[in-house]
Write a protein that binds this ligand. Structure first.
Ligand SMILES: [Zn+2]
Length: 429
C-alpha cells in the first residue's frame, strides 16, 4: 500500500472522518491492551504491539518490548486486542429481490463499481479486514481489489471468485441472454476464464437457493462429472472452489471431489457433516440470513412474500444443521451473505453471525477463531493474517470486553487497523 497517499492535511482527515485512515505513522505502538490468545492460553495483559510499516514487529508484555522514541502510541487500556475479523461470504454488489432490485434494474457497471467501493470502505468500519467474494458481477470486485492494493480505494483485503459459474436453470442462473454453462467442458472453460480474469476462487452453485426460484434448496442440480471437472481444473491453477449448497446429496458429491468450502448448508444431515469433518471441508454457514434477527432487514428492502416464505422454511433446518456441524467438529469459517457492516439486531451482520455460532453451541473462543484464524486457513493465508503474531500483517481490532468470555464483545468495535493504518478509533471516547 502506498502510505504517502494517506498523508492528507489534517482538515481533510477531519472532514472525511472515519473513512480515511486516521493515522499511518511508520511505527505505531498499541499499548495497555490485553492481547487475546486464540489457542486458549492466557492472554497478554498490559501488552505492547509494535507495528512497523504494515507488519507486526513485536508483541509482548510492556516490560519486554522496546518502543522506539519516534513511535506513535495508541492507548488501548481497558480493551482486548484481536486479529482483524474476516467474512468469507460477501457480495459487495449484492442485489436482493424486491424494491432494491427494481431501483437498481438499470445500474451501469460504472455505478456498480462505485457502489461496491462505498461498501468496501464501510466493511472496515465493522472491524472486518479481509473478505472473500463468492460471486459478484462484471469483475468490478477484481478491479476494486487492485485499486485498494494501489491505494486508490479504501477497503479490506479481498479474495474474489469473480463471477459465479452457473448452470442453465439452476440457482443464480443468468437470464437476458447472458451465458450459463453446462457439462464438464463448458464449466471448466468458464472456471478458467474467471481465473484468467484474476479470481483466486471459483464459485459453483450445486443446489437451489433462497434468493432465486431456480431448483429446490435440497436438490443436487450439478452432476458429479461437472463438479469433479471444475474442482480439478481450479486446483490445477492453485485456485480454490466454493460451492453454494443446501443439499446433503450435492454436498457429499462435492466433498468427494475435493471442494474447499460449502456455503450455507441449509439442509445438511449428520452423515454429510461427518464426511466434511473427515475431509477437512469448511462450512461457511451464513446463518444470519435465515434467522429471526434479519427479518427487519428483509422487510426494509421490501422482499417479496415468496422469498420470505422460502427463507423462514429454511431457517429452522439451517440452524439445526449448524448445531450438528458444531457438534461433530466441522471446520467453520464465518460468512454472512449480508454486507459485513449491514445493521443487524443493533450491531453488524458479522457480529450477529458470530453470536449465532455461540447460540448454536460454539464457545466464544471457537466463534472468534471462526472469524479469524479458521478463515485464514480456509484462504490458505494463515502465514500472513488471522492471528496477532510477529511477521503477520498488522490487521488489529480492539473491543471493550473479553470476547473469549462473551462473543457480544464483537458488537462494539473500538479500533480497526489494517496493514498498520488506522481506519476507526473510538478508544478513549
Ligand atoms: Zn451468497
Amino acid at each position: 500500500m502506498n502510505k504517502k497517499h494517506y498523508q492528507l492535511p489534517l482538515i481533510f482527515s477531519i472532514l472525511l472522518n472515519l473513512f480515511v485512515p486516521l493515522a499511518s505513522a511508520e511505527t505505531t505502538a498499541i499499548v495497555g491492551g490485553t492481547v487475546v490468545d486464540l489457542e486458549g492460553k492466557s492472554p497478554i495483559s498490559d501488552a505492547v504491539i509494535l507495528v512497523e510499516g504494515d507488519k507486526i514487529t513485536a508483541i509482548g508484555k510492556a516490560d519486554d518490548v522496546n518502543i522506539p522514541a519516534n513511535a506513535e502510541r495508541i492507548d488501548a487500556s481497558g480493551n482486548w486486542l484481536i486479529p482483524g475479523l474476516m467474512n468469507m461470504h460477501v457480495h459487495l454488489g449484492l442485489i436482493l429481490p424486491g424494491k432494491m432490485k427494481a431501483q437498481l434494474a438499470n445500474e451501469s457497471e460504472a455505478a456498480l463499481a462505485l457502489r461496491m467501493a462505498d461498501a468496501a470502505r464501510n466493511v472496515l468500519q465493522a472491524g472486518v479486514t479481509t473478505i472473500r467474494l463468492p460471486g459478484d458481477t462484471a469483475h468490478a470486485d477484481i478491479a476494486l481489489d487492485r485499486a485498494i492494493k494501489k491505494g486508490q480505494a479504501i477497503g479490506p483485503r479481498i479474495y474474489s471468485a469473480g463471477e459465479a459459474v452457473t448452470i442453465t436453470g439452476g440457482h443464480g442462473s443468468k437470464k437476458n441472454g447472458k451465458a450459463n454453462f453446462d457439462g464438464p467442458y463448458e464449466l471448466v472453460k468458464e472456471a478458467r476464464s474467471q481465473i484468467m480474469a484474476g479470481a483466486k476462487w471459483v464459485k459453483i452453485l450445486i443446489s437451489g437457493g433462497i434468493a432465486t426460484d431456480g431448483g429446490g434448496l435440497a436438490a443436487a442440480l450439478m452432476t458429479p462429472e461437472e463438479i469433479n471437472a471444475v474442482v480439478d481444473a481450479a486446483h490445477r491453477f492453485g485456485a480454490k472452489v466454493a460451492a453454494h449448497s443446501g443439499s446433503s446429496v450435492a454436498t457429499s458429491i462435492a466433498v468427494d471431489a475435493g471442494i474447499d468450502s460449502i456455503e450455507h448448508g441449509y439442509f445438511l444431515d449428520e452423515k454429510t457433516l461427518r464426511k466434511m469433518k473427515k475431509h477437512g471441508t469448511y462450512l461457511v454457514p451464513t446463518i444470519v440470513v435465515s434467522q429471526p434477527a434479519t427479518e427487519p432487514f428483509f422487510k426494509k428492502i421490501g422482499s417479496p412474500a415468496w422469498y420470505l416464505k422460502r427463507r423462514n422454511e429454511a431457517g429452522k433446518a439451517h440452524f439445526q444443521a449448524l448445531k450438528t456441524a458444531i457438534k461433530v467438529g466441522v471446520n467453520i469459517a464465518l460468512g454472512t451473505d449480508q454486507l459485513p457492516h449491514e445493521p443487524n439486531d443493533g450491531t453488524t451482520a458479522t457480529a450477529r453471525e458470530a453470536q449465532y455460532y455461540v447460540e448454536a453451541g460454539m464457545t466464544p473462543l471457537q466463534a472468534l477463531r471462526s472469524a479469524t484464524i479458521e478463515t485464514a486457513k480456509l484462504l490458505g493465508a494463515e502465514d500472513q493474517i488471522g492471528s496477532l503474531e510477529v511477521g503477520k500483517f498488522a490487521d488489529i481490532v480492539a473491543v471493550d470486553m473479553d470476547p473469549t468470555e462473551d462473543i457480544k464483545a464483537l458488537r462494539n468495535i473500538q479500533l480497526v487497523m489494517k496493514g498498520g493504518a488506522v481506519y476507526r478509533n473510538k478508544l478513549g471516547q
